[in-house]
Design a protein around this ligand. Sequence first.
Ligand SMILES: NC(=O)c1ccc[n+]([C@@H]2O[C@H](COP(=O)([O-])OP(=O)(O)OC[C@H]3O[C@@H](n4cnc5c(N)ncnc54)[C@H](OP(=O)(O)O)[C@@H]3O)[C@@H](O)[C@H]2O)c1
Length: 256
Amino acid sequence: MDLRPHYRALGDTGIEVSPIGLGTVKLGRNRDVKYPDPFTLPDDDAVRALLAVAREHGINLLDTAPAYGASESRLGELIGNRNDWILCTKVGESWDGNGSTFDFSADAIRASVERSLRRLRTDVIDIVLIHSDGADVGILQGDAVATLDDLKRRGLIRAFGMSTKTAAGTLLAAETCDVLMTTFTEVEPDVREAAIAAGTAGAGLLVKKALQSGHRADGAALASPLASAAVSSVVVGTISTKHLTENVGQVLAAVA
Ligand SMILES: NC(=O)c1ccc[n+]([C@@H]2O[C@H](COP(=O)([O-])OP(=O)(O)OC[C@H]3O[C@@H](n4cnc5c(N)ncnc54)[C@H](OP(=O)(O)O)[C@@H]3O)[C@@H](O)[C@H]2O)c1
């Protein structure tokens, strides 16, 4: 099973991504999460094995965030060849083991990207998304976008955007961002419509929580977003090599 012939353009960024990406919340954080079952963080060998299976099938997109606990540091340590991967991380939300704090100021965003560069052990991050707290429009009216644009001009990041939570935020973000991450389900049809409009207009579109964080784990949930040409990749969280392989099979059946 090889996804490589099915890579999709990430909007107008020049980046190409596999139609399924690997979400890495569960590599770094097992408290204060919305998954149906409790779980233990995988050890280093299990993470290496997961990443090896992802590579074998041609997955090139890894999605992480400072808010995912040890996820960024573990990826930095365990991904092997940096050039094998498109790394997507976030700014704006921090998680200290107990709860989240949000800071979308220019200083916080610059400091967060510098910390992610160190943790991911890289000179350039492919994609940085604003990790919205829900107030998408208010955040977009602040300094965050201009700060990320400056980091892009300085060569520290290749593309930037926002993981949005509202339809209005998705549409507004599309005016200034390279990439959007949104849900894409019948539960939030207004967000889905806004995402399709944004993707059609040239934003790279990444889909999050397609399996509703494990509450709806069926193949149709992966196939349905990929039926839209506006979607570049569905980012699915898993720490199971079995589930990862099943998901790749479902995606290949949908896109091949
Ligand atoms: N605001 C944001 O920016 C934001 C918010 C949420 C998520 N995200 C990103 O999107 C990614 C995906 O979201 P998510 O992790 O919340 O949810 P998800 O991808 O919808 O679901 C992940 C859950 O589904 C289970 N699963 C995966 N494949 C399965 C299969 N074939 N059969 C049965 N169960 C399966 C996983 O358990 P196993 O480990 O047992 O496979 C995991 O508990 C995240 O990892 C993250 O990268 C971003």
